[in-house]
Design a protein around this ligand. Structure first.
Ligand code: CAA
Length: 256
């Protein structure tokens, strides 16, 4: 059986490429398990500072695998509890960039939204079409899409199941940048390489602080940010970064 997730590294960037082209990268359980295993391996690898998740030009992912759940009863679906594994994607501490071209639908859109930045090709289409299947998003779509684009747009997207173009998704705040279809992977890698030059402990702290926005009040979030800021003064990278600035040279970050 072909590898469901292709992995490669390029300097500090670890890349996971979804590889079920025959079903537009539909996310079956086997694929999700390999993806999570590879993401966790990159997260634990000190040589990797940033992770990219990409699909093909035609599809990032067209959603959870409908064939795997179509016949499930309430007891089956809740006892299997397959969606619980998504918590492990959300728990990755290094920055993750989604490189999205073509369809990012249902669980595919939710996977992109588990990432920290989304680089979209101009052909990308984002949507949560679960309503047309008689269900609603189950891997965070109602929560993350609403936080990204606001209540009123999220209601319409989720209740009609229509797709957003890359431009609409960018204008709504879901997408980091829109690039040409031909260049989407190169542009995703270029952003990853740029972030990969940054001090890894500060990158993790930045991700942790930004994601805390969803779970805290402003006062608690500000306190949390301040403590993370102070904690970085225990790192060699802070000493190096500030010294390099004063000495007018490029910093050499070690992740220590
Ligand atoms: N699950 C399983 N198979 C899928 C799939 C999915 N989510 N999406 C596409 N496929 C399969 C198709 O069945 C088809 O297989 P066959 O060639 O064997 O028939 C193949 O991929 C190609 O798809 P189409 O022929 O349909 O391609 P198209 O270009 O005409 O249409 C599409 C593309 C609009 C994306 C269409 O495939 C589609 O609507 N897919 C389903 C999208 C969807 O509803 N996603 C939500 C899933 S539920 C979910 O994700 C729940 C959650 O929150 C976790």
């Amino acid at each position: 059986m072909a590898d469901l997730i292709l992995t490669n590294t390029e300097g500090p960037v670890g890349v996971c490429t979804l590889n079920r082209p025959e079903v537009l990268n539909a996310l079956n359980i086997a694929l999700m398990d390999v993806l999570i295993e590879r993401l966790e391996a990159f997260d634990a690898d000190p040589a990797i500072r940033v992770i990219v998740i990409a699909g093909s030009e035609k599809a990032f992912a067209a959603g959870a695998d409908i064939g795997e759940m179509a016949d499930a009863s309430l007891v089956d679906i809740s006892e299997r509890n397959n969606l619980a594994r998504w918590k492990r994607v959300a728990a990755i501490r290094k920055p993750i960039i989604a490189g999205v071209s073509g369809f990012a639908l249902g669980g595919g859109c939710e996977l992109a939204m588990h990432c920290d930045m989304i680089v979209a090709s101009e052909s990308a289409q984002f949507g949560q079409p679960e309503i047309k299947l008689g269900v609603i998003p189950g891997a965070g779509g109602t929560q993350r899409l609403t936080r990204a684009v606001g209540k009123f747009r999220a209601m319409e997207i989720i209740m009609t199941g229509r797709f957003m173009t890359a431009k609409e998704a960018f204008d709504a705040g879901l997408v980091t940048k829109v690039v040409s279809k031909e260049q989407f992977l190169q542009e995703t890698m270029a952003l990853a390489r740029e972030i990969g030059k940054m001090p890894p402990l500060a990158l993790k702290a930045a991700k942790e602080a930004i994601l805390a926005v969803d779970n805290t009040t402003l006062a608690t979030g500000l306190e949390y940010e301040r403590r993370l800021f102070y904690s970085l003064f225990a790192t060699e990278d802070q000493k190096e970064g500030m010294k390099a600035f004063q000495e007018k040279r490029k910093a050499d970050f070690k992740g220590k």
